[in-house]
Design a protein around this ligand. Structure first.
Ligand code: NDP
Length: 255
């Protein structure tokens, strides 16, 4: 066989391999804060289900495990507008079917949760910046990508918390954290109205109390379990669900 024939044969095989893997992709999901915790577990589940995952990390150079999963890793600090713009530029013209605003922050993990006494202005502002402003800015920056998606229903999932429920019987007030999720829930409702015209369903999803750096080792749920359920819930969302608050296994939650 001549070199040219061998080359053409290799090229044909390579093309069909690409075509095969492209056929296999069920959709593209962008997950913020995917390098650890719930974001990582959700990335694992979507990749195992044949989705292309774009996982964001503040320090991509350290996101070895996320890269090893096969995710495309993009740098993102949700409090930094330049970082958000750069991410949008990197992903320009890439259709995205699902955006999961997962990155989150809670103050004082090292000293126990914040109390009435020790919550500072800095705690309030930083937590609000990450948990509430971040998801809004990221979603707005990725709107062109969602519009490019040919999915019947495109989805924005804001990872919220039972802590954001206004009338929740007081467990222990996490003063700077809980209101960021209440506000995120309100933003979810407002965005659901604005984005309906593009067939984008916007929901808030409470992941339950999970064993992560944030949730602590005494949490009831394993991220692998809850995020497996959450993946199925996200896949099943329709436009009828837009503007709602759901739990990780699909139960409806009152704001
Ligand atoms: P972790 O603390 O384990 O992980 C947080 C993730 O968010 C990390 O990837 C972290 O990146 C990223 N992150 C933090 N700040 C920023 C920022 N400024 N820009 C971009 N990324 C950032 O948290 P969980 O996995 O437990 O939580 C995930 C989500 O679920 C959060 O929104 C949280 O509020 C919510 N949640 C969690 C619960 C639980 O029990 N675990 C309960 C209810 C809600 P880095 O590694 O660089 O710090």
């Amino acid at each position: 066989m001549t070199k040219l024939i061998k080359y053409l044969l290799a090229l044909t095989l390579l093309n069909s391999a690409f075509a095969y893997s492209a056929d296999k992709i069920n959709g593209t999901v962008l997950i913020t804060g995917a390098n650890r915790g719930l974001g990582f577990a959700l990335s694992q589940h979507f990749i195992a289900d044949g989705y292309q995952v774009i996982g964001t990390a503040r320090k991509p150079e350290k996101a070895h495990e996320l890269k090893a999963l096969g995710a495309k890793v993009v740098q993102l600090d949700v409090t930094d507008d330049t970082s958000i713009e750069q991410m949008a530029l990197t992903l320009k013209d890439t259709p995205i079917d699902i955006v999961v605003n997962n990155a989150g922050y809670i103050a004082h993990l090292d000293r126990g949760f914040e109390s009435f006494k020790n919550t500072s202005r800095h705690d309030f502002l930083l937590t609000y910046n990450v948990n509430t402003v971040g998801p809004f800015m990221v979603t707005r920056a990725l709107l062109p990508n969602l519009i490019l998606s040919t999915s019947k229903v495109k989805k924005v999932v804001n990872i919220s918390s039972h802590g954001g429920i206004v009338n929740r019987p007081k467990v222990n007030g996490i003063y700077s954290y809980d209101p960021t999720k209440t506000a995120l829930n309100k933003i979810t409702i407002d965005m659901s109205k604005d984005l309906q015209q593009f067939n984008i369903a916007v929901v808030a999803l409470a992941p339950g109390h999970n064993k992560t750096d944030m949730g602590g080792e005494n949490a009831q749920l394993e991220p692998e379990f809850s995020m497996g359920k959450a993946k199925e819930v996200i896949k099943g969302l329709s436009m009828q669900d837009t503007g709602t608050f759901v739990g990780y296994s699909g139960f409806s939650i009152k704001w």
